[in-house]
Design a protein. Structure first.
Lengths: 144, 221
């Protein structure tokens, strides 16, 4: 029995949210990389997902995507914007970065391309896909 | 307990434990790295620009980049702190020339220093950095124009002998010094500017409040 089945996708989404939350705290609290404004907005969308998806899993709620996906999409939009700014596709002057760390400062680059905004984007895309493709075992039956 | 809860708790525990182990490992490696390099990379070199009494109880070392926007933004704060701790604080400047025109700007500062106007030049370059420096979020200016004529104009305005400065630039007189500062900084773990050391203790979080309290701590000893 393969582990990756559509009914198990919420676990994958939850792991992404959890690793994202713990990882972002690791970057800021342990490695002391100050989060920029846009990073904070993405955190706001990401952190609740750990709880929301977790509760959805525990309650076997097949309607999970109704309330988890909005957070994902909000985070995704901010993340796309952040990446555009970060890779200088659009100018930063539009971004609220007047104080603190500029949203374009490259604090971390693993293997030459893995940056924090890119990881965030990957997580939001991954979670959104998981939630979109998720189907509970007996879709429609349990919550009739 | 439900199967789902067990799975979540298990995964959660693994991730959290991994993060804690990672944090401990990261901090230990950081500490040993600092210990091993702190010895052979002095924070202060005899020829580093310095402001304030040589025997001041607290030495503040700033690794700065003339083209760094945060250094520019923080510059008035440094000045204010120096004023507030007058007589108790010595500022030492080291260069981390990360940007394209940083080395040229640092050379102009040093060359102005030969004529006794180091700090005036530093202030001018910071104050007018928007005229010549790279700005975050703006597309890279390529091929970029050398800001040398602009710097020469600043030098003239400061009443400096521009020819002397030009010859220092032409001779690359400070290239070795800038190179050495960069390698000192790197072995001390300086990855961003500005980075401050207060009596050898590194400022962990870059903000005015923390800098002041670190200075106060050193003064209270």
């Amino acid at each position: 029995m393969p582990i990756i089945r559509r009914e198990n996708l919420p676990y994958l989404a939850w792991v992404m949210a959890l690793v994202g939350a713990v990882g972002s705290l690791f970057f800021s609290e342990v490695m002391q990389l100050p989060p920029c404004v846009l990073c904070w907005y993405q955190r706001i969308a990401l952190y609740p997902l750990v709880i929301i998806i977790g509760c959805g899993i525990v309650m076997r709620d097949s309607r999970m995507r109704n309330y988890a996906l909005p957070f994902c999409l909000i985070g995704l939009v901010i993340s796309i914007y952040h990446n555009l700014v970060y890779y200088r596709i659009i100018p930063e002057s539009l971004a609220p970065c007047a104080q603190g760390v500029p949203c374009t400062s490259r604090q971390l680059e693993w293997l030459g391309f893995v940056t924090i905004p890119l990881m965030s984007l990957a997580a939001f895309v991954g979670m959104a896909l998981c939630l979109l493709f998720y189907k509970s075992k007996k879709e429609g039956e349990r919550h009739a | 307990m439900r199967k789902e809860i067990k799975i979540l708790v298990l995964i959660g525990a693994v991730v959290v434990v991994a993060a804690f182990l990672g944090a401990r490992y990261y901090q230990e490696s950081l500490q040993s790295e600092r210990k091993s390099t702190a010895v052979n990379s002095p924070l202060v070199r005899p020829d580093s620009p310095s402001l304030g009494l040589a025997d001041a109880p607290v030495t503040l070392v700033e690794f700065l980049d003339p083209e760094c926007e945060s250094c520019r933004a923080f510059y008035p704060t440094v000045k204010r702190i120096l004023k507030d701790y007058d007589g108790k604080l010595r500022l030492v400047v080291r260069y981390m020339t990360f940007h394209q025109n940083s080395a040229l700007a640092a050379t102009f500062m040093e060359a102005a220093g030969e004529q006794g106007k180091y700090w005036e030049m530093q202030e001018t370059l910071f104050r007018r950095q928007p005229e010549w420096g790279e700005r975050h979020g703006e597309p890279h200016a390529t091929p970029s124009v050398s800001p040398a004529p602009l710097f020469e104009k600043y030098a003239t305005e400061l009443g400096l002998d521009v020819e002397k400065i030009k010859s220092a630039v032409a001779q690359n007189r400070y290239a070795a010094k800038l190179e050495r500062d960069l390698s000192d900084g790197q072995s001390l773990g300086v990855t961003q500017t500005p980075t401050f050391f207060v009596n050898g203790r590194r400022l962990a979080r870059f903000n005015e409040q923390d800098l002041r309290s670190l200075i106060d701590e050193e003064l209270g000893k």
